[in-house]
Design a protein around this ligand. Structure first.
Ligand code: NAP
Ligand code: HSE
Length: 428
């Protein structure tokens, strides 16, 4: 007897998944045991590019998660509600769930995984981070014996596309964003992408898997790319860096608190993440004893995401075939405790800062003195240009405690020669 799927959603990801399942030749033979049993949508009148019989399509999504015949529910509808309630209902009804919904998992993961554990079923989410890139299963399984200390990702394709074009064309953020929307790369409401919220959801999920604890999304420091200017991109390039929106989770020792953050970052041009351009994603995992492993590929799109969703479905088909009553600890989410997150003031990082100053003698000396007062050591300080009457001074620090750097900046802001500090970015 085939394994029956109830798919919630037939948009980009749902359609890609149905197409893959309907074209199984040359792929894993277990795919042939899967039956697309029900598919839930909002509108039955919308034209569809996949052929499904009228008995399969429904607008009654509750009936899918409550149908005793459905073995696996595939949630690819997105959004928070009703997706959350439908996932919870499916799990309570003893169905395994596959989801691509990073927003729901990052917010309701605790509730969802507790319900799954109680019901003895699995929640699989390979497509939730990095689209088609296999990174969830590697963190859960292949890399799980490593002591992970850093996960650094370019996990949002829209912002990487915008920053790449700003870099290569010397264009402004707003112009490239408008163009990306016109071309369909950026959504009509780009807030979640450009303000770093989508990347924050994704790093919360990766950190939870890599560091074995739950992450409170509110603890993830999040800064987007709206304030990144073409001036900073040009300065960064002169200094040997590119600017990327990085999502970082880091723990120095197994007993230290975790730092989880999303912000635009100056990345040295020789770093493996510096060459990840356009809509591509990459995730660099560093652990002991493995060293560095990087996962690279398409972070979105119908085919790529369908690959991840369908591989999760296949894992569950294998589970159903073995029909074991004992949960597989490499597939289940076992942790119950929240990770302790370090405050940003304790972060040790390098900084890039751009100052607009009155062109007076001794300004660079005063800047150096203020930084020195708080133990901030400078790697470089350059005055290369003018904006009107104002001199532009760019500083890169050595590693510094963020709290000390902020104290120095507060003092610098009070210097009469300082007109403004238009940019402040962290350096990898
Ligand atoms: P989408 O194209 O907007 O499709 C959503 C589908 O869900 C549509 O078929 C829609 O029905 C249906 N739907 C939504 N709300 C519904 C409701 N209340 N009742 C019934 N049906 C409803 O979305 P998508 O791009 O495929 O994304 C789906 C999920 O995958 C999201 O969580 C997203 O974050 C995640 N994801 C997407 C990508 C990507 O490349 N697109 C990559 C990774 C992860 P109608 O067709 O009738 O409107
Ligand atoms: N909006 C997301 C991105 C889609 O730009 O990466 C994939 O999650």
């Amino acid at each position: 007897m085939g394994v029956k799927l109830g798919i919630l959603g037939l948009g980009t990801v749902g359609t890609g998944t149905v197409q893959l399942l309907q074209d199984s030749a040359g792929r894993h033979p277990l795919l042939q045991e899967i039956e697309i049993y029900r598919v839930g949508v909002r509108s039955l009148d919308k034209p569809r590019v996949v052929e499904l019989s009228t008995e399969v399509l429904t607008t009654d999504l509750e009936s899918i998660v409550n149908d005793p015949a459905v073995d696996i529910v595939v949630e690819v509808m997105g959004g928070l509600e009703p997706a959350r309630s439908l996932i919870l209902k499916a799990l309570s009804n003893g169905k395994h769930v596959v989801t691509a919904n990073k927003a729901a998992i990052a917010r309701f993961g605790a509730e969802i995984f507790t319900t799954a554990n109680q019901a003895g079923v699995y929640v699989m989410l390979e497509a939730a981070v990095g689209g088609g890139i296999p990174v969830i299963q590697p963190l859960k399984q292949s890399l799980s014996v490593n002591r992970i200390h850093t996960i650094t990702g370019i996990v949002n394709g829209t912002t990487n596309y915008i920053l790449t074009r700003m870099q290569t064309e010397g264009s402004n953020f707003s112009d490239v964003l408008a163009d990306a929307q016109r071309l369909g790369y950026a959504e009509a409401d780009p807030t979640a992408d450009v303000d770093g919220l989508d990347a924050a959801d994704k790093i919360a999920i990766l950190a939870s898997l890599g560091f074995g604890g739950r992450i409170n999304l509110q603890d993830v420091y999040t800064e987007g790319i709206r304030q990144v200017s073409k001036t900073d991109i040009a300065y960064a390039e002169k200094l040997g860096f590119v600017i990327k929106l990085l999502a970082i989770a880091k723990r120095d020792t197994p007993s230290s608190p975790l730092s989880v953050r999303v912000h635009p970052t100056l990345v040295p041009q020789a770093h493996p993440l510096a060459s990840i351009n356009g809509v591509y994603n990459a995730i660099l995992v560093e652990g002991e004893p493995i060293g560095q492993v990087m996962f690279f590929g398409p972070g979105a799109g119908a085919g790529a995401t369908a690959s991840a969703v369908t591989s999760d479905i296949l894992n569950l088909v294998a589970v159903l075939k073995i029909n074991t009553a004992v949960a597989n600890p490499l597939l289940a989410c076992g942790h119950q405790e929240y990770c302790q997150i370090a405050p940003m003031a304790e972060l040790i990082t390098r900084f890039y800062a751009r100052f607009l100053t009155n062109d007076q003698p001794g300004v660079i000396g005063k800047l150096g003195t203020c930084f020195g007062n708080y133990g901030v050591s400078l790697e470089s300080i350059v005055q290369t240009g003018f904006q009107g009457e104002l001199a532009e001074i760019v500083v890169v620090t050595h590693d510094v405690r963020e709290g000390n750097f902020r104290q120095a900046l507060a003092e610098i802001r009070n210097l009469s020669a300082i007109e403004s500090i238009p940019s402040l970015l962290r350096v990898l």
